[in-house]
Design a protein around this ligand. Sequence first.
Ligand SMILES: [Fe+2]
Length: 388
Amino acid sequence: MKIPTPFAFDLLTPKRIIFGWGRRRELGDMIASLGTRCFIVLGSRTLSQHALFNSIQNSLEIAGITANTPEWISREPLVSDVDQAVQRAREWKADVVLGIGGGAALDLAKAVAALTPQVMHASVSDYLEGVGRELSLTKQPLPNLLMPTTAGTGSEATKNAVISSPQAQFKKSLRADSMLTDVALIDPELTVTAAPNVTLHSGMDALTQCLESYLSCRATVVTRTLALEGFRHAWTALPLVMQNPESRTARESMSYAALLSGIALANSGLGLAHGVAAALGIHAAIPHGLACAIMLPVALQVNLASSRDDLGELDAARADTNTGSAESLIEAIRTLSRNMGLPERLRDVAVRKEQLAVIATSSGGNSMRGNPREITDAELRDILHRAW
Ligand SMILES: [Fe+2]
């Protein structure tokens, strides 16, 4: 593996990472080490009626924790979702926050933990990057624990929460180093009951995150090592988990890949596919992982000339290749997507041609800054037309 120069890095990670099949049973004790009044954010209302959630409530009770009636969220959080949840967490005098669910629930939990203690009672939109007043967090976030139920976003290991506003047409991050969680508790068994399209889309998100953070112009030797390891696991496990959703080894590999992709991206940034995916979410309501799946081969093709050696290294890491070529990797990703029934073009997911201009305009943002080479606005419009 080529080592980026200079050979120097910072590495920000959760304070503690607990990983393993069935380890959700350690939740009560871990929460008790962080606080006594626990504000719970769940990924869906149905999760609160699930036997799994009963066992979680029992473990909190045994550990002497008082918990709220959980907040639930089944979409990527909006400004209003965050503001309301922060208000309730303050009224409820929460001293610890627990997020259980996919990336949306974990992002909402992170935002609530970050904003609840702030002295300035402003809307989350005042704290977002590139929106409004861009206030800074002056108080430490509430202690928090994140427990993912999908294998994809890596949100349990990142320092930002993605917040959208359909009215103002943005999807921006609340971001601070202090938002890295106290405990990421990853129990791959929790992902077994995810719906097939959730498993597929979140798996493609993890795969895209591994590849984009590996190629990022801000990658370091350690983020590359993590991204490559995550890519190896996701590449082999994703087809297996789609064939056999109950495969323990495949689920473990996917959760591991998602975690590594989150640590890598939090420290290296991403690239073109994620830059465009955010805009596709806002303007065409395309789910994040699906948008990543469509844009991944496009982004790799665009970066082919500047990242040929890196793409070759990634190709050589696949268990099912002996070529080590950039073209072979891109073709293999197209084949993987096709075999799993994913759409290939933007028109296949109901993006209208006249939307491409606004999608291009709002595709910038933090994600795009990691792209291995600069992309002009005119080139981006051209890329989107070709992907349509
Ligand atoms: Fe992502």
